[in-house]
Design a protein around this ligand. Sequence first.
Ligand code: C2E
Ligand code: SIN
Ligand code: SIN
Ligand code: FE
Ligand code: FE
Length: 360
Amino acid sequence: MRVAIIDDSESSLSFMAGLVKSIPDCDVVTFRQSAVALPWCINNDNDIDLIVVDYCMPAPDGLHFIEAFRDHQAKSEIPIIMVTSSEVRDVRYMALQLGATDFLNKPVDAVEFLARVRNVLGAYQAHKALGDQSQWLAAEVRRATRQLVEREREAILFLARAAEHRDPETGSHLVRMARYSRLIAERLGLSSAEVEFIFTAAPLHDVGKVGIPDMILLKPGPLDEDELQVMKRHSRYGREILDGSTSPLLQLAAEIAHCHHERVDGTGYPRGLRGNDIPLAGRIVALADVFDALTSPRPYKAAWPPERAWDYVNDNRGRHFDPSCVDALFAAAEDIGQILDLIAVGLDFPRPTIPPLPPK
Ligand code: C2E
Ligand code: SIN
Ligand code: SIN
Ligand code: FE
Ligand code: FE
């Protein structure tokens, strides 16, 4: 700890300095000229734990010293004790208003001085420790939050990987449909946080397909009516798998899984929701999913040429698809064209990077 003492009287200065030095672990810096002390205190505010300043001095006097110091150190909470022989109340009130912490009477009484200095130093140490602790706590909270977000993303990738093992759709389908979803969300003007959320959650839309028997899921040809009814259960299965999480990201993924086969004209499944009753994320992913299903080969169909897919989307504007989502997809046609070009020449997107499984 270090105490700065400012007093124009040499005898008073050395008396107080001697008292402070008797406190264990306490340094003292003394000044006879307050005009020298002021800039030094301002520049060394990290190294002082207490300022003791005389009131009656050549300029700046104690009041002006306190005022100037607090002016420059608005955030500093270094305690200041003013020593004064003045019994004038105004001086004391003024000093308080300017930011003095405490007063001492001149001539200085050794016992009173030491007790007062110890108290103020102790309170300031406790205050600083609290500040350090709250900073440490805040840093811990930030670190834990980052870790949670990373673990959540990891959990989502694991889920997607589990689903991929059974789904004939490739990982690059998931990457593409997530990118289409992101492009649509961006063009709709959603916030970057919402866009990122949809992009991350979209690949889980078909996770419920893990509940569909292989005979149906992997069937190379068209499904009959009964098989299609079983197949359609994947929306509800997906919601059931993802439901009940407190994670907003997984909640959104559950909503997307549940709603990605709804149609705005009410002919979709599983609930036959209409228009804006379908959550926006569901409307976005529905379009992205179908657009990619159409332009990609499936075990049950060949890939459509892009023009045919664009026509299909346009014909179903306001029927299958939300009109504003369709407009957003068309607005992103250039970006999507680039993705389709890459597919056409066989330069598809790489699979998403999935971290290795933890050791058993
Ligand atoms: P998916 O292959 O990811 O297809 C997603 C959605 O894209 C389909 O939802 C449908 O709305 C659209 N779609 C895909 N291919 C075509 C197409 O050739 N024509 C048209 N008009 N739309 C198409 P949907 O129909 O609810 O199918 C859900 C999932 O059921 C499909 O996901 C696929 O896994 C499976 N599925 C649907 N039909 C058949 C089929 O005939 N054979 C087999 N093996 N699976 C099918
Ligand atoms: C589909 O989304 O392709 C099926 C919708 C339905 O048959 O109602
Ligand atoms: C979102 O705000 O993240 C998606 C909007 C929705 O789910 O309706
Ligand atoms: Fe689906
Ligand atoms: Fe899909």
